[in-house]
Design a protein around this ligand. Sequence first.
Ligand SMILES: O=c1[nH]cnc2c1ncn2[C@@H]1O[C@H](CO)[C@@H](O)[C@H]1O
Ligand SMILES: [Zn+2]
Length: 362
Amino acid sequence: MSTPVNLNTIRQAPKVLLHDHLDGGLRPQTVIDLARAAGYSELPHDDAAELERWFEAAADSGSLERYLETFAHTVAVMQTEEALARVAAECVEDLAADGVVYAEVRYAPELFQERGLTLDQVVQAVQDGFREGERRVAAAGGRVRIGTLLCAMRQNARSLEIAELAVRYRDADVVGFDIAGPEAGFPPTRNLDAFEYLRQQNAHFTIHAGEAFGLPSIWEAIQHCGAERLGHGVRIVDDIKVDEDGKAHLGRLASYVRDRRIPLEMCPSSNLQTGAATSMAEHPIGLLTKLRFRVTVNTDNRLMSHCTMSSEFAALHETFGYGWEDFQWFTVNAMKSAFIGFDERLELINDVIKPGYAALLA
Ligand SMILES: O=c1[nH]cnc2c1ncn2[C@@H]1O[C@H](CO)[C@@H](O)[C@H]1O
Ligand SMILES: [Zn+2]
């Protein structure tokens, strides 16, 4: 008899997270502590439980732009090396406690220069924090590995500079690059020079596309920019017609994405808040999983979307009836799609993920 599926048992399952924003995953109490230390007085609450509820409610706005406004508070308190290192170390501890064995955590270094930090100081402070977090987890008998993705903000014009930064730190566990921020009005092709540079450097990148804008954004991200993965990508369903008999007909772009096994970094809870999906039951992840796209499950922003990897899996279990075999499939999909080297991915699949799910299925 296999282990029953519930939030507690899901926590014990090995999970892989490819899409998690560092500045979207702070502990509420840490936001309060750091605000106090920095003399930041704009927080809407100084009680951790109330602040936690505020973030979720404010992010639940129906628009990506308004969802993103809540980041003003987390970004404001992450302007020193100490603050960045603390947030990074706690992020690792929280992911490990949730049973995440490999995560790619992303952030935009350009947002943390309000108090004069250089881009290099920002990256070094976060890397120090991640390594410290990994040490704490290992000392407590756990196992987790963190890779970093550096984001450039779509509304700014610094993507080439950030791409160069990512390449400079590629041997210090910065494993890739991304563009984030408002999607409508800021097409991926605005950053072509950055993506061309990264390809010439044999570097990896994903692009937030098909979240708050439709197929043209996805098409540009893949065919003009060369994205290896899609952040969200939910709107790929606009290129799929399901007829009355339930048979799916894929357009050229949807076929390309599926045939090429382009990973979709899906973040269901976040999509409900930004209006990218109307309900969990109608979330495109159901259809895309059925059609065997390379679907992965992610948190996006654990604070704003009030979720963990385990709670996302639990919500999918409730809505679609997914169980251990499906969770293993999502997890192996994610591990195959990670930006670390093939040997390490294979080792995690064979030594950690498969035995973990075999035990739950036994
Ligand atoms: O779902 C999302 N779509 C687009 N941008 C996002 C999303 N979540 C967070 N950020 C943006 O990415 C920055 C770097 O981490 C955050 O500051 C936020 O503005
Ligand atoms: Zn995101």
